[in-house]
Design a protein around this ligand. Structure first.
Ligand code: GLU
Length: 488
């Protein structure tokens, strides 16, 4: 049989979607994808949903949709099929049952009748004696009498894997040689008393049956690797056919805590709502713990595929930096063509009720986008930026309201009105010239003091696209009407 090193690469992304996919999941998926594509191998997408109470159909669909939105694709998976399916673990339960029974028959596993209370009491004792926690092997050598007594008592056994003395040693492609002393890897449960499989059994069986050659996944799963290797051995897989492992470093939050669902702002759905572009998310996450060279900040999916190697993944934790992601997102927004920018902006304006989507509105948005393209870092900012074009009257927030009621704002607005009222050519150049002359040259005001109140009067906010362009877009009549309304 060919060994793993000469086989076609087969990686897999195997989430258990108990909610929306988060930053860590996506980074793993991206690396799995990049490795498969770089090597010309296959990417398998497998859903680990043996816990059907927490992994729902809705989460599964959302996971698929999110990955597609990000631009990832896979060769085998729940909706694309493939030669080793089904790719939902909940549809493979008989396979796990078969293997658990085989392990039992071969003596690799045994039935364990210890009750939860008994296990807890013994664990408590281990804690008191400062011993390594874990199953103590009590049911390893039950006699048939013991077994029939438990059975008569109505106890339902779990199936437990026998962990031999010794150690498990493997070379992690990122971390190098890793050794687990079996003193710290107690016999572990494969099947619950109700016959449902545990993660360690299902994941290992599937990786073998789906002919996975490379497991790239989060570092949190490193400690389950010796158990998975034990399952491979019990399945009769020879060591040169074990998958290679590469455990990706943790992604830490800004606060140095491990980024987890509890940190908030980790679900990719949130980033999408905020208007982060998929290409920015992929660019940023690709460089989170991996780099093709020093100081690389921009990378396309094509370059990622071309350059990705596991060897260049950093083994130390990566820090998630929102500011950096935002900067990259701004770069990607600026790189969009006008048509693409429009296509991506419209859903935000529609969702926020700024426009209803008719052709006139779309034309206005199209003409306004160039003036904000340099100014936003998240797509959802288009709402605040362009709302003023689509309202009959501007409404001021409290801060803006008090700003334009004070002097010299009232005087400034009155003077601006004077200067603009008779302007015949309404272009941003002539508007700017008229306002500069009236407010800066004649009144001697600083630009911020001069233009701030005008900006608020016209757009309703002190944050807006460039003022003179905004007024040109708004048109003379509406601009004059807004300035007039702002004078008490
Ligand atoms: N299903 C596991 C999880 O979502 C990952 C399994 C694996 O990559 O080995 O945590």
């Amino acid at each position: 049989m060919a060994t793993n090193s000469s086989k076609e690469v087969r990686t897999r992304f195997a989430p258990s979607p108990t909610g929306d996919l988060h930053v860590g999941n996506i980074r793993t998926a991206l690396f799995d994808w990049a490795y498969a594509r770089h090597t010309g191998g296959k990417l398998i997408f497998r859903i680990e949903d043996t816990d059907r109470e927490r992994v729902t159909d809705e989460y599964i669909e959302r996971a698929i949709e999110t990955l597609r939105w990000l631009g990832l694709n896979w060769d085998e998976g729940p909706e694309v099929g493939g030669p080793y399916g089904p790719y939902l673990q909940s549809q493979r339960l008989d396979i796990y049952t078969h293997w658990a029974a085989t392990f039992l028959a071969n003596g690799d596993a045994y039935k364990c009748y210890c009750s939860t209370e008994e296990l807890e009491a013994r664990r408590e004792k281990q804690r008191e004696l400062n011993q390594a926690p874990g199953y103590d092997g009590k049911c390893r050598t039950l006699s048939s009498d013991d077994i029939s007594r438990y059975e008569t008592d109505g106890r339902k056994p779990v199936i437990r894997m026998r962990m031999p003395d010794g150690e498990t040693r493997f070379t992690d492609l990122i971390r190098g040689e890793v050794v687990f002393d079996h003193k710290f890897v107690p016999d572990f449960v494969l099947m619950r008393a109700d016959g449902s499989p545990l993660y360690t059994l299902a994941v290992a069986v599937d990786d073998v049956l789906m002919k996975v050659t490379h497991v790239l996944r989060g570092e949190d799963l490193l400690s389950s690797t010796p158990r998975q290797i034990r399952v491979y051995q019990a399945m009769g897989v020879s060591s040169e056919d074990f998958p290679h492992f590469a455990h990706l470093p943790f992604v830490m939050g800004q606060d140095n805590a491990k980024l987890s669902k509890r940190n908030g702002e980790v679900s990719i759905a949130w980033y999408r709502e905020q208007g982060f572009l998929p290409e920015a998310i992929c660019n940023y996450l690709a460089l989170l713990g991996w780099s093709p060279g020093d100081d690389v900040e921009n990378i396309s999916m094509d370059e990622l595929v071309k350059l990705f190697t596991v060897e260049r993944v950093n083994s130390s934790p990566a820090r998630f930096d929102m500011k950096k992601l935002e900067a990259i997102n701004g770069d990607k927004i600026r790189a969009l063509t006008l048509d693409d920018f429009l296509t991506r902006a419209l859903p935000f304006l529609l969702k926020d009720g700024v426009i209803s989507g008719n052709a006139d509105e779309v034309a206005v948005v199209r003409s306004a986008l160039p003036i904000i393209q340099e100014r936003i870092a998240r797509m959802n900012e288009v709402t605040a930026m362009l709302k003023f074009l689509f309202v009959d009257e501007v409404r001021f927030d409290d801060e803006s309201q008090s700003k334009i009621e004070e002097e010299p704002a009232q005087h400034v607005i009155a003077q601006a009105l004077e200067a603009l009222r008779d302007l015949s050519d309404w272009s941003h150049e002539t508007i700017e010239a008229a306002l500069r002359s009236a407010l800066i040259e004649k009144l001697g005001l600083k630009p911020r003091v001069a233009f701030g109140p005008v900006r608020i009067a016209v757009t309703g906010s002190h944050i807006s696209p460039p003022l003179f362009e905004s007024m040109e877009l708004l048109g003379k009549d509406r601009s004059i009407a807004r300035l007039t309304a702002a004078v008490r």
